[in-house]
Write a protein that binds this ligand. Structure first.
Ligand code: MLT
Ligand code: ZN
Length: 465
């Protein structure tokens, strides 16, 4: 499909684009375009041009033209994706959604909001909170990432253990399809079982089916309060036992995160950390709800952790005290580079009951291969970030890192897990998708792609598409 796409723009193409995106909204200078070709996966490719629409009508005209001219179109938000989903591997026109950034409506009666894709996640959350409402998805990059990017990747985050992921909060999607067709799926009703669920099909589709121009998001009542516990343990098994104890005690935390010894060490290289040198693993847990019930919930958490003998335990009551504890957790990703200049950042997920087996197995793989492997992330969901550090200038290390990645994938699949819990397949997992998806699943997915994008212009070269 992608063979027939154009490999550069003609002068006539450029004239069309300049007419459609006047006043600096078309970027063709290579130095200015470079930033639009990379994302947080540290992969990069050069687009032919970058378009920055301000109105849906421009997107419609663009996609009519792109289909007729076989020009690849690569949707893009803030580039915080971890798997190269926004990297224009076949060139083409990168379409930035950052000017489509209006919050159109926040409705406290319908418990929903209508937003454009370029709205920044944390800014949206702050707006909803002012109205006594709550939008739970909270990817670690929420201060930079956008709602459109979150929907395109089905972003998860820390609160997924109690509240689910982005998919669970998208009630409707309006998108422009190749040829300029408009799909308006779902809406403001919280329940809807008429026809196939095209809305959810779009969530996590990484811009391979259409360009989202509006989303209807579900909101919840804002919990009255929240509290956080950060506990350090003498070993990873002790921390994992502590986590099991929490579930066994019948507590459903809002968030249950962990960091292994290497992740803890890396954070300690860039920040003062509250845990001591004996700490080999850290759990960060959050609970939320009515203020009257919170103290009791915290007491239950502490009691549940006690048999695992935490070496230290710090509490934060309310956002001001909690934030420094969560900031430490969000720092793992940038701090990790203290373990090595290059990283394979994996994001596997396993059934909850297999989490301990998985994490211990991933660490053993690192030890066998002689590479630094840091594990951390969303323990409560079984969604483990396995970061493999190496020096790309050293061919032996590069090969051992690659072998470690494949061993991590094999172990994950043997435990009934999945190659990506929340980062998506993008380009970094492309060749491995076949390890997980059966022939029939792939055939059906290819068929769906064909229905939405028969000429294959949308985000070519990505994942399963
Ligand atoms: C996180 O949970 O910190 C993010 O998903 C990014 C990462 O993989 O480090
Ligand atoms: Zn994560």
């Amino acid at each position: 499909m992608t063979n027939s796409l154009v490999s550069s723009l003609t002068p006539a193409h450029l004239r069309f684009l300049e007419g459609l995106f006047p006043g600096g909204d078309l970027v063709t200078d290579p130095a200015a375009m470079a930033v639009y070709g990379a994302d947080s996966s540290r992969r990069a490719a050069m687009p032919f041009a970058v378009a920055r629409p301000r109105e849906e009508g421009q997107v419609v005209e663009l996609l009519k033209w792109a289909e007729a001219e076989a020009v690849p179109i690569v949707p893009r938000a803030r580039g915080t994706g971890m798997s190269g989903g926004a990297v224009p591997v076949c060139g083409g026109v990168v379409v930035s959604c950052l000017h489509l950034n209006r919050v159109l409506d926040i409705d406290a009666d319908d418990f929903c909001a209508e937003v454009e894709p370029g709205v920044v996640t944390a800014e949206f959350q702050a707006l909803t909170q002012k109205r006594g409402l709550f939008y739970p998805p909270d990817p670690a990059s929420l201060k930079i990432s956008t709602l459109g990017g979150n929907v395109a990747t089905c972003a998860g985050g820390m609160r997924a253990v109690k509240y689910g992921v982005t998919r669970d909060y998208v009630l409707g999607v309006r998108a422009v399809l190749p040829g300029g067709r408009i799909m308006d799926a779902g809406g403001r009703s919280h329940k809807n079982v008429v026809g196939l669920d095209l809305t959810r099909l779009f969530v996590g589709s990484c811009g391979t089916l259409g360009l989202i121009t509006k989303m209807t998001l579900k909101l919840l009542p804002l919990p009255e309060g929240s509290a956080t516990v950060l506990a350090g343990f003498a070993s990873l098994p002790a921390a994992l036992e502590g986590a099991r104890g929490v579930f066994r005690a019948g507590v459903l935390p809002t968030a249950m995160e962990f960091m292994d010894s290497k992740a803890c060490w890396a954070i300690g290289q860039i920040r003062d950390v509250p845990w001591g040198a004996q700490t080999q693993a850290v759990l960060v847990l959050k609970v939320d709800g009515g203020k009257a019930a919170l103290a009791a919930e915290m007491a239950r958490l502490e009691a549940a952790l006690a048999p695992a003998a935490p070496l230290c335990l710090f509490k934060g009551l309310g956002p001001k005290e909690e934030e420094p504890l969560w900031e430490l957790r969000r720092l793992v990703s940038p701090a990790g580079f203290r373990l090595g200049p290059d990283k394979l950042g994996e994001d596997v997920a396993v059934p909850r009951g297999k989490t301990a087996q998985a994490v211990e197995g991933f660490q053993a793989i690192g030890a066998e291969q002689g590479v630094q492997v840091a594990c951390y992330g969303h323990l409560g969901d079984g969604n483990i970030h396995v970061n493999i550090f190496y020096d790309a200038a050293d061919e032996g290390q590069r090969q051992r890192a690659q072998a470690s990645k494949e061993a991590v994938f094999r172990l994950t699949l043997s435990l009934g897990g999945t190659l990506s819990g929340e980062h998506g397949t993008g380009i970094t997992k492309g060749p491995y998708v076949q390890w997980q998806l059966g022939e029939e699943e792939r055939r059906l997915m290819a068929g769906i792609k064909q229905v939405f994008d028969p000429s294959g212009i949308l985000n070519p070269g990505k994942g399963w598409s």
